[in-house]
Design a binder for this molecule. Structure first.
Ligand code: COA
Length: 155
């Protein structure tokens, strides 16, 4: 029998935590994260600081960030209109992907939707980003057979 000492396995608690977005402190970091996210996140006129401030008057508890060692490594912007939930701009910094941060953000947002009585939620995947479909499928999301229509109200 070998008498080599084998240390017991170390179970490390997650080094990250999820908290609500803070406009004054987090806006620039989250905008940079979205801009670095690739074709899956299209930063647009609804993402200015003024527009985000407007959004936060409704659901401040559904805009979440994942923080680790003082850095924001991921974010998701959720909304609930009283009938459906919406998931916008889920993103993790490219160098931090594959460590469970994206899944943790989505799981936390889903549990907050459920706590509000939300029965169903939607999200949009742009055609340039089909590779993300499996991430959502693994978490119980399905592609719906609908046309998505939009209309701009900007002057
Ligand atoms: C989608 C995204 C947020 C996932 O974040 P992440 O932290 O890398 O994801 P996780 O580490 O939590 O991955 C969880 C699982 O999904 C898988 N996965 C993650 N991203 C994937 C992808 N793009 N394609 C396929 N599978 C993926 C992982 O392999 C992992 O599988 P497992 O549960 O079997 O281990 C991240 O890839 C990202 O920021 N992508 C760019 C922005 C984007 O496209 N957002 C979605 C807009 S709709």
């Amino acid at each position: 029998m070998s008498n080599i000492h084998r240390p017991s396995p170390v179970i490390r608690p997650p080094s990250f935590f999820i908290r609500e977005f803070d406009l004054a402190h987090d806006y620039e970091a989250v905008l940079a994260l979205w801009r670095a996210a690739g074709p899956g996140i299209q930063v647009g006129p609804s993402d200015t600081q003024e527009e985000i401030a407007k959004k936060l008057t409704r659901d401040p508890d559904l805009f979440l960030v994942v923080e680790e060692a003082g850095e924001i490594n991921g974010a998701v912007l959720g909304g609930f209109d009283g009938r459906r939930g919406m998931v916008y701009h889920l993103a993790v910094l490219p160098e931090q992907r594959g460590r469970g941060l994206g899944a943790a953000l989505l799981t936390e947002l889903e549990s907050r939707f459920k706590a509000k009585g939300c029965l169903k939620s939607y999200l949009l995947v742009v055609p340039e980003n089909p590779q993300v479909l499996d991430f959502y499928r693994k978490r119980g999301w399905g592609v719906m057979d609908v046309y998505v229509m939009g209309k701009e109200f900007r002057e």
